[in-house]
Design a protein around this ligand. Structure first.
Ligand code: HEM
Length: 336
């Protein structure tokens, strides 16, 4: 006690304005969030919890729900979300407590430790299999937005709290974001190579990769009874040895995916995704797609990738990233 008095006095004396001679206050962010004051834990009757931790846990849990409903981020949390879809909440509980520990320690709590993975490993899909594929800057922006939304759901909107939390998250951007090159660049980009289909011509390696996968995928689709009915026009042309529609579709899909993957050297001049999949606009679309057709299409694209050496086994994060890219179009493609 005597030591505490000496320390408090010493601290107060070194305080130039010398006003506040009372109890030392916990001015860490954790302290501002309620600090070590014990309160009843609403989730665990009969137990108590530090008010600071309770507030952080509430924000973390709300944020996980915001992320689950955010199509920009849900693909990264595929493992967690499929567990939750199967009524298995063990991963959710583990993530909730791990994130709460992390934020408690990062905001200055002294009675907790964070024992999870370091931030680099946690966000490296090769190390943490619960991270579907590596995050890019846009994902990080979305994550910060969702934390702010999760805080707001708990009434935490004070800029004096939100700003330091934003700064804390920003300070981790460089370790969390582990995908900085465009998909197009990673698939070979603008490096010129001989075009195996057109002797004497060159083609960008990125485009060549996409074209190969697109062509394989069209063949997989042609043999897939779940999707054949949609491609009736194309398939009957091909049956009559007329390959013009196939060539046009191959080029159009290759343009589309190259641009979607970040190519700045290519352009897509085809129909909008809504029009392309609306049978009343595009007569080559025999009937409107439903969700099952969309699922089948993604499966077939994964097979098309595998036929070109990109498999879940040897390149899981890349396959999941491309799957997520296609799936992000579900809302406009599915019209039935
Ligand atoms: C500064 C921002 C971030 C912080 C502080 C953070 C913190 C954490 C922590 C503490 C874990 C648990 C690690 C463990 O279990 O040992 C984790 C896991 C994870 N994080 Fe992050 N994260 C951030 C940003 C992101 C972003 C931007 C994404 C996605 C784009 C992301 C996706 C994930 C995923 C998928 C997991 C695994 C979840 C699970 O257990 O199922 N995180 N993160």
């Amino acid at each position: 006690m005597a030591l505490l008095v000496v320390m408090t006095t010493a601290m107060s004396c070194s305080d130039d304005d010398g006003e506040d001679m009372e109890m030392p206050v916990d001015d860490s962010l954790y302290g501002v969030l309620g600090g070590t004051t014990l309160v009843d834990d609403p989730n665990n009757p009969g137990t108590q919890i530090e008010q600071g931790r309770l507030n952080l846990r509430a924000v973390v849990d709300s944020t996980i729900f915001v992320i689950a409903a955010d199509q920009r981020l849900s693909p990264y949390f595929e493992v967690l979300l499929s567990e939750v879809g199967n009524n298995n909440l063990s991963g959710f509980a583990a993530l909730s407590s791990s994130l709460t520990d992390f934020f408690a320690v990062a905001t200055g709590a002294e009675n907790f430790t964070y024992s999870g993975m370091n931030m680099t490993d946690a966000h490296d899909p090769e190390v943490n299999s619960r991270m579907s594929f590596a995050a890019d800057d846009a994902a990080m922006d979305a994550f910060i937005e969702d934390v702010v939304a999760g805080a707001a759901k708990n009434g935490v909107t004070d800029p004096d709290i939100i700003q330091p939390i934003g700064q804390l998250l920003e300070s981790l951007r460089d370790v969390v974001v582990q995908r900085t090159e465009t998909l197009y660049a990673r698939l070979g980009g603008t490096t010129m190579v001989d075009d195996p289909n057109n002797s004497g011509q060159m083609i960008e390696q990125g485009r060549l990769t996409f074209r190969a996968v697109v062509d394989s995928t069209i063949f997989v689709i042609a043999a897939d009874q779940r999707l054949q009915p949609y491609f009736e026009v194309l398939l009957s042309e091909v049956g009559n040895n007329d390959l013009t529609g196939f060539a046009a579709l191959s080029a159009s899909l290759t343009d589309f995916f190259s641009v979607a993957a970040g190519a700045t050297t290519q352009t897509y001049t085809g129909l909008s995704m809504a029009d392309a999949h609306d049978p009343s606009v595009n007569s080559r679309m025999a009937q409107a797609a439903d969700d099952a057709a969309m699922d089948a299409f993604i499966e077939d694209a994964v097979q098309g990738l595998a036929q070109n050496g990109v498999t879940v086994e040897n390149n899981g994060p890349l396959v999941r990233e491309i799957g997520a890219l296609i799936n992000s179009l579900r809302g406009v493609v599915v019209q039935r």
